[in-house]
Design a protein around this ligand. Structure first.
Ligand code: BGC
Length: 890
C-alpha cells in the first residue's frame, strides 16, 4: 500500500507519555496549536479544528513502517474501498469501515495517499536534516492539506459549510455512478490506470503466511496484508479499486490448516450431498449461506462452484463436486454460485476443465474428442455458467488434449469466451500457470497466488512480454476489463463486503435442511426405519460418532462451528509454524463436524440407553450390539484434495466390523459417511443402509431426524454405486503407479460416463444414479410425452403413503443412437395422499450431439424414448416421440 508519510519520523511531537499522534509527523510545527489530548477514549485525542474530529494515537515504539501502515488504516476507516485492503490482523476493528456512503463516494479518488511516496521512503527518511530546506518547507504543507482530508474522512463527516478552511473539491469518480453499465464503469476507471496498475490487478498472492515447502514466501511488504485465506490481489487505492480477497468455500468458509486460528464457520454438507437433494432451491440457499459468511469476513471472492464431473469415483475431490451427470451438476453448482453472488461477492466455477482425478493432476492430460468434451464436462460448466453467472472461472491444473488448461486456447478463448460469450475473467488454480506468453494469449486473465507457480509469470515477465510485443496491450486491457466489469457487476464496488456478525443461526438451519434432503436411504427391508422412539437400548458404533460427522479434507476444509481442535484426527503431515511461533495443524487432519450423531440420537430418545463403541473395538461392538435392541454402525471413507482414494472399499476393517455387528444383531443399520460411492460386500446381511455423505454441521441432527421419522428421506444418488471397480470405464485408477512425469488419461468412454457407461455395457449397478428410498410410496399416472423443439413430459405424481414426502421425477430421454440420459427433473413436495401435476421440458443440448466439424449442436431426426423414472435404472413405461432435426449454435 502506498501511504504518503515519508516525513513520518522526522517531525515527531509528543502528546502524551510514550504515545504520539502519527499525523503529527505531517502536521509538523503547527500541531500543538491545533490538537490537544483528552477525549477520554484511550489512544484517541480530540482536535480543536472542526475538520479534524479525531486522530488515532500510536505508541512511539512502533517501527516507522508499521506506523506508516497504521496511518493507512486510519484513512481506511472511512473508506470501504481501502478497508478492503486490510486484513483482520491489520485492522481488528474493521467494522469501523462501515462509514457513510457519502464518505465512500468521496474518498476513493481523493484519498491523500501520495502517489509519489512509498514505504521504503518512510525508512530512508528516518533521519531528516539531510533534506534541503526548500523540500522541508514544501512537503509538510502539501501533506498537511492531505491530512486534513484524512482526518475529516476518519471522522466520517465533512466540514460544515461555515468551516473556516474550504475543503478542496473532490475529483469526479464517474465510475461510481451505479446507473451506468458495468462495462462502461470499467472503461471509465480503466482509462485512469497506468500499465503497472493494470499489471497489479492480474497477479495474485497466496493469501496466507503459512510456510509451505512448495511455495515461495510472499514479498515482505505484502505479508502484513495477508488475510489468512487462499488468495489476495492488490487493488489500486488511489482510484478506490479494492483488493480481491479470495476464500475457498466449497462447503462453507474454508480455514484450511487453521490458517486463521479460531475462525469457525458453518460447515455445510458436501456438494455431492447437495446434488443428492435434486433441489436447486436448496443449492441456492447453501450458496447464500456461504456468500453471507464470506461477506461477513470481508471477503469478496469465493472459490466455489466446483463441478468437475465424477468420471472417476475414486477422485479425492468427488465430495466437492456435484456428481456424474451434466444437467444435475450444472444446475446444482450454478444455483450455489447464484446464491453466493446474491451476497455481492464474486464466485468462481472450477476447475475448468477435466480435473476429474487428483493423482497426477498437475501433469496429466485428459484426452477426449471435441464432441465428448462438449457433451460432458463442458456442458456441465456451460449450464452452471448460464444459471449462476459466475464472475470468474478457475482453470484447472491438468492438461486437456496435451495443453495445460490455464493456457488452453481451445478451452478458454474458443469455448468459454467466444462460443459462450463469457464476460467474466479466468483465474488460474494455485500453481496452475506454466508460461507467460502462452497463458496470456491462451486466455488466462489473472495469475492466482503467483508464489505457488514455479516462477512468477504475470508480474515482471508479463510487463516484458508486453514491451516486446509478444502479448498485445489489448490483451492486458481485456484481462483488466473483465476483472473490473465483474467487480462492478457483482457489487464489489457498490456494496463492499464489511465485517459483521454472520447469520449463523439461519445458516445452521440451511445446513440442516440441505442434509435432511440429501441423505439417501439406500435400503430399508421390512420398514426397519424409521425407528420407534421407544427403543430402550441402542448400540452406536464406529466413525467417531461421539464427536461429529466426518468432513472432507483439502482446500475446502471448514473448521466447523463448535469445533474442538482436540477432537481432530491427524493423518500425517508436518506441523507448520506461523511467523508468530504458533503451531499450525498438519495438512491432513480429519475433522468431524459437531454435533455428534450420538448426541443427536440422544436428543431423539432421551430415555434410551446408548452405548458407544469405537470401530477398533470389534469385540466390544459385538457385545454392545448383542445386548441392544438396535445397532447403528457408522462407517467412513475420508477423501481429501490432492490424493485419490486407493479403492472404493471402505478403508481398514470396517467391512468386517459391519459383518461382525450384523452377526450379533440382525437389527443393524449402516450409516455411510463417505465422499462418494463405496462397495458393500455386506449388503445382504443388513436390513437398512443410509448414505449420509459428509453431512456438515446440520448432518447429525438431520440424520437422527431421519432415523426416528421426524424427517422423511428424499435424497437421490447423484452418482452411480458400482458393484465392483471392474464395472468402471477404468477399473484401475489412471496413473495409479505414477511417480512423477507427464501421462495421458484417455477418457475413451467419452461423454457416456457414470450410469450411461453402465447402461451401454449392460451392467447392473449396486445402486443406480437417481435412486433413493422414502418412508412414503409414490406412483405416477397420466404420463404423456410430447415433442416440439425439445421433449416435454406431463405426469401426475401421487404420494400413496401415510407420511408427507418428496419425490423427484426424473425425465430420461433415449436418442435413436444412444443410451438414456437425464434431460430434466423436478422435486415435488407431497402431503400424504396428495397428487400433483408435473411438467418437465428437456434441456435440448442433452438430446443433441456436438458436430465438431460443423461446430453445431445437432438433434438428430428420429424416435426418442421418453420416460419419467424414479432412477436411471427404473424408467417406468417409456413413450416414443419423434423429433425433427435441429441445429443449435454452441
Ligand atoms: C485447489 C483450488 C483452490 C485453490 C486455493 C487449489 O489447490 O485446486 O480448488 O481454490 O487451491 O486454495
Amino acid at each position: 500500500m502506498d501511504c504518503g508519510n515519508a516525513a513520518v519520523d522526522r517531525n515527531r511531537a509528543k502528546i502524551k507519555g510514550s504515545t504520539e499522534v502519527l499525523a503529527t509527523a505531517i502536521f509538523a510545527g503547527s500541531l500543538p496549536d491545533r490538537v490537544s489530548s483528552g477525549s477520554g477514549a484511550p489512544g484517541r485525542i480530540r482536535t480543536h479544528d472542526p475538520q479534524i474530529r479525531s486522530l488515532v494515537l500510536y505508541p512511539a515504539e512502533l517501527p516507522v513502517r508499521l506506523r506508516a501502515r497504521k496511518l493507512c488504516i486510519a484513512v481506511a476507516k472511512c473508506n470501504p474501498a481501502i478497508c478492503a485492503h486490510l486484513s483482520d490482523k491489520a485492522l481488528p476493528d474493521r467494522e469501523s469501515c462501515a462509514c457513510p456512503r457519502a464518505c465512500a463516494n468521496h474518498g476513493a479518488a481523493s484519498l491523500p495517499l501520495s502517489p509519489g511516496t512509498n514505504p521504503q521512503m518512510a525508512d530512508s527518511t528516518a533521519t531528516k536534516s539531510d533534506r534541503p530546506a526548500s523540500s522541508r518547507g514544501t512537503a509538510p504543507v502539501r501533506v498537511l492539506a492531505s491530512v486534513i482530508g484524512v482526518a475529516a474522512l476518519v471522522a466520517g463527516t465533512l466540514a460544515d459549510a461555515q468551516t473556516a478552511q474550504p475543503v478542496p473539491p473532490k475529483p469526479a469518480s464517474p465510475w461510481l455512478d451505479a446507473s451506468l453499465s458495468s462495462d462502461t464503469r470499467a472503461d471509465l476507471i480503466q482509462a485512469q490506470l497506468n500499465e503497472d496498475e493494470q499489471l497489479t490487478l492480474v497477479k495474485g498472492y497466496f493469501g496466507s503466511d503459512l510456510k509451505l515447502s512448495f511455495i515461495k514466501p510472499p514479498p515482505p511488504e505484502i505479508r502484513p496484508l495477508l488475510p489468512g485465506t487462499a488468495g489476495l490481489i492488490l487493488g489500486v487505492p488511489r482510484l478506490g479499486i479494492p483488493q480481491l480477497i479470495e476464500t475457498d468455500a466449497g462447503l462453507g468458509i474454508a480455514n484450511n490448516m487453521h490458517a486463521r486460528p479460531g475462525d469457525t464457520a458453518t460447515a455445510l454438507p458436501s456438494t455431492l450431498l447437495t446434488a443428492a437433494t435434486f433441489n436447486p432451491a436448496l443449492a441456492f440457499a447453501a450458496g447464500t449461506a456461504i456468500g453471507s459468511e464470506a461477506r461477513a469476513r470481508g471477503y469478496n471472492v469465493v472459490l466455489d462452484g466446483s463441478l468437475n464431473l465424477a468420471r472417476e469415483p475414486r477422485g479425492g475431490r468427488t465430495f466437492e463436486y456435484a456428481g456424474e451427470d451434466a444437467l444435475l451438476a450444472g444446475t446444482i453448482a450454478g444455483e450455489v454460485v447464484r446464491g453466493i453472488q446474491s451476497q455481492h461477492v464474486i464466485s468462481t466455477v472450477k476447475h475448468f476443465a477435466f480435473n476429474d482425478q487428483e493423482t497426477g493432476r498437475g501433469v496429466l492430460s485428459a484426452n477426449l474428442t471435441e464432441a465428448a468434451l462438449r457433451e460432458s464436462d463442458l456442458l456441465a460448466f456451460e449450464i452452471a455458467i448460464e444459471r449462476g453467472n459466475p464472475g470468474a472461472v478457475m482453470c484447472a491444473y491438468n492438461r486437456v488434449n496435451s495443453v495445460y488448461s490455464c493456457e488452453n486456447d481451445f478451452l478458454l478463448n474458443r469455448v468459454l469466451k467466444h462460443d459462450w460469450n463469457y464476460p467474466g475473467w479466468v483465474l488460474s488454480d494455485w500453481g496452475g500457470v506454466h508460461s507467460t506468453v502462452e497463458a496470456a494469449n491462451g486466455g488466462l486473465d489473472q495469475e492466482s497466488a503467483a508464489n505457488f507457480d514455479a516462477k512468477e509469470f504475470f508480474g515482471a515477465p508479463l510487463k516484458q512480454a508486453l514491451a516486446e510485443g509478444k502479448v498485445d496491450r489489448a490483451r492486458l486491457h481485456d484481462m483488466v476489463h473483465r476483472i473490473l466489469r465483474t467487480m462492478f457487476a457483482s457489487g464489489v464496488f457498490d456494496n463492499p463486503a464489511v465485517k459483521s456478525a454472520p447469520p449463523l443461526a439461519a445458516n445452521a438451519a440451511v445446513a440442516q435442511r440441505d442434509a435432511e434432503e440429501g441423505i439417501v436411504l439406500l435400503k430399508n427391508d421390512q420398514n426397519m426405519l424409521p425407528l420407534a422412539k421407544n427403543a430402550r437400548r441402542i448400540a452406536v458404533i464406529g466413525a467417531h460418532a461421539d464427536v461429529g460427522m466426518l468432513s472432507g479434507g483439502g482446500s475446502s476444509q471448514v473448521v466447523p462451528v463448535g469445533d474442538n481442535p482436540d477432537k481432530e484426527f491427524p493423518v500425517g503431515g508436518r506441523v507448520f509454524i506461523l511467523p508468530n511461533g504458533a503451531p499450525v495443524m498438519p495438512l491432513n487432519r480429519q475433522i468431524y463436524d459437531p454435533p455428534s450423531p450420538l448426541a443427536a440420537i440422544r436428543k431423539e430418545v432421551p430415555a434410551a440407553h446408548l452405548k458407544f463403541v469405537e470401530e477398533e473395538d470389534v469385540e466390544g461392538a459385538k457385545k454392545a450390539a448383542a445386548t441392544s435392541d438396535i445397532a447403528i454402525v457408522f462407517v467412513k471413507q475420508w477423501m481429501t484434495e490432492n490424493e485419490d482414494v486407493k479403492s472404493l472399499s471402505l478403508p481398514g476393517s470396517q467391512d468386517a466390523l459391519i459383518e461382525a455387528v450384523a452377526g450379533a444383531n440382525p437389527r443393524t443399520i449402516v450409516v455411510l459417511e463417505t465422499g462418494g460411492p463405496v462397495l458393500m460386500p455386506w449388503l445382504d446381511k443388513v436390513p437398512a443402509v443410509i448414505e449420509a455423505w459428509y453431512a456438515g454441521n446440520g448432518g447429525a441432527t438431520a440424520l437422527a431426524r431421519i432415523l426416528f421419522g421426524d424427517a422423511n428421506p428424499s435424497g437421490r444418488l447423484p452418482i452411480t454405486f458400482v458393484q465392483s471397480e471392474n464395472q468402471l470405464p477404468h477399473p484401475e485408477l489412471p496413473g495409479a503407479n505414477w511417480h512423477g512425469g507427464m501421462f495421458d488419461v484417455d477418457y475413451s468412454e467419452g461423454a457416456d460416463l457414470g450410469y450411461r457407461w453402465l447402461k451401454k455395457q449392460k451392467l447392473a449397478p449396486l445402486f443406480p444414479f437417481g435412486f433413493g428410498l422414502s418412508y412414503s410410496h409414490f406412483s405416477t399416472a397420466n404420463f404423456r410425452a410430447g415433442a416440439g423443439d425439445s421433449v416435454t413430459a406431463d405426469v401426475d405424481v401421487t404420494n400413496d403413503g401415510k407420511t408427507a414426502g418428496k419425490e423427484t421425477v426424473q425425465l430420461y430421454a433415449t436418442p435413436p443412437d444412444g443410451v438414456a440420459r437425464l434431460v430434466g427433473f423436478s422435486k415435488v413436495d407431497l402431503a400424504a395422499g396428495e397428487t400433483r401435476h408435473v411438467t418437465i421440458t428437456a434441456e435440448p443440448r442433452l438430446l443433441a450431439h456436438f458436430d465438431a466439424a460443423a461446430q453445431l449442436w445437432k438433434i438428430a431426426e428420429g424416435s426418442y424414448g421418453v420416460a419419467a423414472g424414479s432412477s436411471s435404472a427404473d424408467l417406468g413405461n417409456a413413450q416414443t416421440v419423434t423429433l425433427h432435426a435441429r441445429e443449435m449454435k454452441p
